[in-house]
Design a protein around this ligand. Structure first.
Ligand code: PLP
Length: 337
């Protein structure tokens, strides 16, 4: 894939509607507010035809870091494999919505071999994120053949399976599927979950089955206007996840993909939401709030500038001066004297 594959523009084909059965059921079962929040994520709206100036078809600048046609190597120790263009459902705020390989199926043998060869020759890479599209759209035998090749060439490689499957298609996690995944350790599942109403009975069973099989999970959530832009609602989500054995990993700022302005919460408002969350939640339940800097700048934690507001200017002193939750100034020495 080249930069041209991601070219944006007016005249961009509309992102087709795709609502998975299990998610439609969640929408039916949710209460009024939950139903709106879930439907808003998946039902097309005319707001998607409004394009903002700063939006682009490759908001993360991933095209710059491709080392094989479908492998992104941006950080020294970890890579991202785009194993398929297909998704289980089309999230309307998707940052890869204009990925022209979107309808493409699973990696060909040659594309898999290119990835495997790169990993064999690049020991500095310690982790691979298997993403797409959604890897769970692949026939299980194709997915496992690829994962097993990764494992064969690098027994040490940490595999992170990034998917919306536990919410969109929990039925795919059959006992056999979970058993085969568990055999590939070290492997984490990274489910994408945005709202407490996404945790229905089938979804909870799926997460529990993964946990029971010994597969650790870290969730990711996108901060979305009209979906989850409330500290109380997010606190509920993250607490529920921890109760299910899932560590909340990231709360992401919504990326600048074409036609997604109605979903974006401005970062200063996001930082206020995150600060409220920090007061409401334990360290275990609190994710990092981060933005993928447009154009390829990488992930940047927005929780840092919010915190640094309370790191006070240092005079002649040799300590960090930090304002505590009670407003008082606390010191931590900068040197070991
Ligand atoms: C997000 C991402 C990663 C993983 O970063 P973490 O901070 O470890 O989650 C790796 N590569 C790319 C290209 C990414 O976008």
């Amino acid at each position: 894939m080249t930069d041209a594959d991601w070219r944006t523009d007016a005249g961009l084909p509309r992102f087709p509607r795709l609502v998975p059965h299990s998610f439609a059921r969640l929408i039916d079962e949710a209460d009024g507010a939950g139903r709106l929040a879930l439907a808003r994520q998946i039902e097309p709206s005319p707001e998607e035809d409004v394009f903002a100036l700063e939006e682009t078809s490759d908001p993360l600048g991933e095209g710059r870091y491709l080392v094989t046609p479908y492998l992104v190597h941006q950080y020294p120790n970890r890579v991202l494999a785009l194993v398929t263009g297909k998704c289980l459902g089309h999230c309307r705020y998707c940052f890869r919505k204009s990925f022209t390989a979107r309808s493409r199926g699973f990696l060909s043998e040659a594309e898999q071999d290119a990835i495997v060869a790169y990993l064999a020759n690049t020991p500095a890479v310690r982790e691979i994120l298997v993403s797409g599209g959604d890897p769970l759209t692949a026939p299980p035998d194709s997915l496992f053949a690829f994962l097993e090749k990764l494992r064969a060439v690098r027994s040490d490689l940490l595999i992170r399976l990034c998917t919306r499957g536990p919410v969109f298609a929990p039925e795919k996690f059959t006992p056999e599927f979970v058993h085969r995944l568990a055999a590939l350790q070290p492997l984490w599942v990274i489910p994408h979950i945005n709202h407490p109403a996404e945790l229905g009975a089938a979804q909870r069973d799926c997460i529990t089955a993964l946990r029971t099989a010994g597969i650790p999970q870290q969730s990711q959530t996108v901060l979305l206007r009209g979906v989850n832009d409330s500290p109380e609602l997010l606190a509920e989500l993250f607490h529920e996840l921890v109760c299910l054995g899932v560590k909340p990993g990231y709360l992401f700022q919504c990326d600048l993909a074409p036609g997604t302005a109605s979903f974006r919460v401005p970062p200063d408002e996001g930082m206020h939401i995150w600060l409220r969350l920090r007061d409401m939640l334990s360290g275990l339940s609190l994710p990092q709030y981060a933005v993928d800097l447009p154009g390829g700048g990488g992930k940047f934690p927005l929780s840092v500038p919010a915190l640094s507001d309370r790191v006070l200017p240092n005079s002649t002193d040799v300590s960090l001066r930090i304002q505590g939750n009670d407003g008082k100034v606390y010191r931590y020495p900068l040197t070991n004297v």
